[in-house]
Ligand binder design. Structure first.
Ligand SMILES: C[S@@+](CC[C@H](N)C(=O)[O-])C[C@H]1O[C@@H](n2cnc3c(N)ncnc32)[C@H](O)[C@@H]1O
Length: 255
């Protein structure tokens, strides 16, 4: 077994098995839990506090929203996603301070419905953001928050951020965790400039597919320009089999 496989198994045990042994729900990633805890225990000392979970639904049914509501005193929370589902809606009934918002969180109309909060979670979503792009999303949300709590698959194979679709079909599929046989990806390149009826935008610009390879340098430069200081960073290891992507966790606090 080579060094990288050993690291992958070690990360899997730490991130997936250990939390279960400690009694955490199956869908909670221990590194995302850690940055939530650090934010509310060490960086934001006021209570009650407030937060927005952007794109907190797919695969986890709002697990980070509900974890935070269960473990901290929260006066106002928002979960914003284009794909709210019945599980999330059912759980929301127990939390009157949680507002579910259905829609694209890049829309100015959605942003106008949100009040100032202490923290915004962006977990596995920055690399999906186009029109507005990932850095424009950060700009739009910066006035609304004290902390950005970010967990993202960061690109290691370039000095600067790349739009993955611009790499061409072959390189694109070497750099995303999905096969080109899947329905969403099968005709992505052929339909690139056709309208996607669900999202009312061209296929090239839908958030459901992988869009960006964001570098740490570009993310840090953006956050600094927006007046945020990096308070925490962790390299959480390679993302699955993708040698060019690593999971990186960050907390940035308004300076
Ligand atoms: C990869 S999943 C991440 C889920 C969760 N945050 C986690 O850490 O496991 C991306 C989620 O964000 C939502 N999403 C991504 N971009 C969005 C946008 N611009 N507006 C609304 N929802 C978005 C998707 O619908 C999906 O539920």
């Amino acid at each position: 077994m080579n060094y990288h496989n050993v690291l992958r198994i070690r990360n899997y045990l730490k991130q997936q098995i250990l939390p279960r042994l400690q009694g955490f729900p199956v869908n909670i990633n221990i590194n995302k839990k850690a940055i939530i805890d650090m934010t509310f225990q060490k960086l934001l000392l006021q209570s009650p506090a407030s937060f927005i979970d952007l794109g907190g639904v797919w695969g986890v049914n709002g697990a980070y929203t509900f974890y935070t509501l269960d473990h901290y005193t929260i006066s106002q929370a928002y979960l914003v996603d284009t794909n709210l589902n019945d599980s999330v809606k059912k759980q929301q009934e127990q939390y009157p301070q949680l507002q579910l918002i259905s829609g694209n969180f890049g829309n100015a109309d959605i942003i106008r419905r949100l009040q100032q909060v202490d923290a915004i979670f962006l977990f596995d979503i920055l690399l999906h953001q186009v029109s507005p792009d990932w850095d424009e999303i950060l700009e739009m949300y910066a006035p609304l928050t004290t902390c950005f709590v970010i967990y993202n698959q960061q690109f290691m194979a370039s000095e600067t951020t790349v739009r993955l679709l611009d790499l061409g079909k072959e390189e694109y599929f070497k750099n995303v965790p999905f096969s080109q046989d899947l329905p969403l990806y099968r005709t992505l390149f052929e339909k690139m400039y056709e309208m996607n009826p669900e999202h009312q935008r061209i296929w090239r610009d839908i958030h459901n597919v992988w869009q960006w390879g964001i570098t740490d340098t570009d993310l840090r430069t953006k956050m600094q320009a927006l007046g945020f200081t990096e308070k925490y960073y962790k390299n959480c290891g390679q993302f699955g089999k993708l040698t060019n992507f690593q999971n990186h966790a960050f907390i940035f606090k308004k300076s």
